[in-house]
Design a protein around this ligand. Structure first.
Ligand SMILES: Cc1ncc(COP(=O)(O)O)c(C=O)c1O
Length: 478
């Protein structure tokens, strides 16, 4: 029910009778695959209660959709998306990634703090403008899909690792369409047929989506200030036939924690002993505010059992869609066979730009980290001032603040926030077992003016939420 309510989002915005707006939003959810053939809908009474509308609104919306043939109801088995009469297709088993990434659920005029789509730095567009007609003709003139990536880019990424102290050959690099595809390929390979993937809990929401789409079983393990807890991992490896461990060792999403050196050794040792590869997602690793990033987890062990995922999305621009996997050559060959089925290869133009950007990455990093640190300070000041009950630890870097609310369910609060024009990510969306319902992940990557408006709206939403949920008496103005 919570998922449906959150997917319904700001359904009541717009014109026309409420029941028609609700019907319209349900239609969109069916069209986009959030609800599929045979998906069961909540009873009219339950949905009315969850949406805080009258039962007649839901009854009228369901009736309209039944008349259109989209829903069907049978006595005793409730209301479902119709199986006959109209081709709908099954529900798509993906519901975690901030919904604003999908066209059908645009945030409208809401300010989006739920994801971390960081605007590209000027250095990126400058470099793009330096691409010459000859560069582009050269690329187009000798086209082959190059599913593993442009050879020059593979070599340049490998050289960066080697120069950073982790000897790497070009054959160990697979260029991917962003870090997300890298995770998806790994999870598809290791997670198929209900394979168990161990993740941190909380973890990156997009990784949970990838696991769900792959049909994998996810086992989330607790983290502390040093990273994934060693004993929990050791027990899980003994107890389950886990096939993969996925961590964000440096600048964890969402807490920005950095795994300690001792923990890095423990984890790679345990996983190597169990014969289970560890994926170290370094997508956020270059975003630490005050310290140099430690080397990737792969540098901790010579066993070759650590796979590194990288991306240019955060330092440069997510619109590039350039990421990569560093692994041993055999694994790269297997992953390439999966990638070729998905997209035959990543965009050559983006890869050429990525190649040109790599030498200047250190300078771009300085600009990006300063920008994020400043925005964090602003966001923290605004929150301390307007939402004094919310608590968090200063993140060591990255785009997120992981806030704890003094009471209430953040899934419910997220609806109030959306009604007040701010989209936030409830903590349970980062958790394979639906915990962290008292946390919110707030990104602070937007322009200062937008952050100011967003926090003011959050404060309004919080005031209303507390009154409605009985956490605060209604103030009587005399
Ligand atoms: C930890 C982590 N991994 C992967 C990604 C996906 O990044 P990309 O844009 O490279 O696909 C993100 C995006 O926020 C992320 O936070």
């Amino acid at each position: 029910m919570n998922t449906l309510v959150s997917e319904l989002g700001r359904w009541s915005a717009g014109h026309g009778p409420l029941y028609q707006r609700l019907a319209e939003r349900l239609r969109t959810l069916v069209g986009s695959g959030v609800l599929g053939t045979d998906s069961k809908l909540p009873s009219e009474r339950d949905l009315a209660r969850a949406l805080e509308v009258s039962r007649t609104t839901v009854i009228a919306a369901y009736r309209l959709l039944r008349e259109e043939g989209l829903l069907e109801s049978a006595r005793g088995s409730g209301t479902r998306v119709a199986t006959a009469g109209r081709w709908v297709g099954p529900a798509v088993p993906v519901a975690v990634t901030p919904a604003t990434k999908l066209i059908s659920t645009s945030a409208g005029d809401a300010i989006d703090l739920s994801g971390a789509v960081i605007p590209g730095l000027d250095g990126v567009s400058d470099e793009a403008l330096r691409l010459s007609p000859a560069d582009i003709r050269g690329l187009a003139g000798q086209f082959d899909y190059a599913p593993l990536g442009l050879p020059a880019l593979r070599a340049a990424i490998a050289t960066r690792y080697t120069q950073g102290g982790l000897p790497t050959g070009p054959g160990q690099i697979l260029v991917t369409t962003g870090g997300q595809q890298a995770i998806d390929l790994l999870f598809t390979l290791f997670g198929r047929d209900h394979g168990t993937i161990i993740t941190e809990n909380p973890t990156y929401a997009g990784a949970l989506d990838a696991a769900s789409a792959a049909g994998a079983t996810v086992l989330g393990l607790p983290v502390d200030g040093e990273g994934l807890r060693t004993r929990a991992l050791s027990e899980a490896l003994d107890r389950t036939a886990a096939r993969l461990v996925y961590v964000t060792a440096t600048c964890h999403n969402p807490t920005a924690a950095v795994m300690s050196t001792a923990r890095r050794h423990d984890i790679t040792r345990l996983a190597a002993a169990a014969g289970v590869p560890v994926v170290d997602d370094t997508t956020l690793a270059d975003l630490l505010f005050d310290a140099d990033s430690p080397p990737p987890l792969a540098a901790t062990t010579e066993a070759g059992t650590v796979v590194t995922v990288g991306s240019l999305s955060k330092l440069c621009w997510a619109g590039l869609r350039v990421g990569w996997i560093r692994a041993d050559e055999h694994l790269i060959a297997r992953l390439a066979r999966l990638k070729v089925v998905t997209d035959l290869g990543s965009s050559h133009l983006s890869q050429l730009l990525a190649l040109r950007l790599l030498p200047g990455l250190a300078e771009l990093g300085v600009v990006r980290r300063r920008q994020l640190a400043e925005r964090y300070e602003l966001m923290a000041d605004l929150l301390r001032d307007q939402l004094p009950g919310w608590t968090w630890e200063r993140p060591r870097g990255g785009p997120f603040l992981w806030a704890r609310l003094p009471h209430g369910d953040t899934g419910e609060f997220a609806q109030f926030a959306l009604d007040h024009g701010v989209r936030v990510l409830p903590g349970n969306r980062t958790s394979p077992d639906d915990s962290f319902t008292d946390h919110l992940r707030l990104s602070f990557v937007l322009e200062p003016a937008q952050l100011r408006t967003a926090v003011a709206r959050l404060a309004e939403a919080w005031a209303v939420f507390q009154v409605r949920r009985g956490h605060r008496p209604v103030e009587v103005v005399v």
